[in-house]
Design a protein around this ligand. Structure first.
Ligand SMILES: N[C@@H](CCC(=O)N[C@@H](CS)C(=O)NCC(=O)O)C(=O)O
Length: 207
């Protein structure tokens, strides 16, 4: 299987980490977002949205990182990441949806303003956008932090797709100046994720 992705992006990293955790070989084909390679016609044939990641498995092409993680997990029945039980799946799905709809976009403001703009020489961070990001982040981090109190992982004692998805957005929380200092349960959960070999091995090489 081939993954078209950009290693610095959370949406690519979570897919790489899930594949590693499941022991599924995945060949990475880098699509350099800094050079606009996502808008090349040959890439847009795979994903007309011009976004990474995209999985190609034989003649099957799949975009949207959450759908890709679910597909990969379905290839290894019996794993804890995406169990068959309806309620467990719904609980995991709830956090996958929350991450895509709310958590990712809020954290993404900090990643964009404080890291990516600098990398691409796109000027100074926009203070108004960061202020808006702060409001969003605080509200969502409060929800996440209260939920994580007394839990090892988002849906219980086992790591699932939900953890890989939500954790991917705070991998560079300090470098991106995300205001996560007050949320100790988020920090200890992320530290647990960071001990997983698949998570550590999927870290992009920075610098
Ligand atoms: N909902 C999509 C989001 C994909 C996405 O926004 N990917 C970003 C990288 S994190 C991208 O390729 N951006 C390039 C662009 O918007 O031009 C997913 O989960 O795969």
């Amino acid at each position: 299987m081939k993954l078209y992705g950009f290693p610095l992006s959370p949406n690519t990293r979570k897919v790489i980490a899930v594949a590693k955790h499941l022991g599924l070989p995945l060949e990475l084909q880098v699509v350099d977002l800094g050079k606009g390679e996502q808008r090349r016609p040959e890439f847009m044939k795979l994903n007309p949205n011009a976004k990474t990641p995209v999985l190609v498995d034989g003649d099957f092409v799949l975009w949207e990182s959450t759908a890709i993680m679910e597909y990969l997990a379905s290839k290894k029945p019996g794993n804890s990441l995406w169990p068959n039980d309806a309620r467990q799946r719904a609980d995991i799905s709830r956090w996958l949806c929350w991450t895509i709809a709310h958590w990712g976009p809020a954290c993404g403001i900090f990643l964009w303003e404080n890291i990516i703009k600098k990398m691409l020489n796109m000027g100074e961070p926009d203070a108004a956008k960061l202020k808006d990001g702060e409001t969003q982040f605080q509200a969502l981090a409060s929800v996440l932090a209260s939920h994580l109190k007394g839990r090892e992982y988002l849906t219980g004692s086992q790591v699932t797709l939900a953890d890989f998805s939500a954790a991917s957005w705070i991998a560079h929380a300090d470098a991106a100046c995300m205001p996560w200092a007050p949320y100790s349960s988020i920090k200890s959960w992320y530290a647990r994720m960071d001990k997983l070999p698949a998570w550590r091995d999927s870290a992009p090489k920075m610098g």
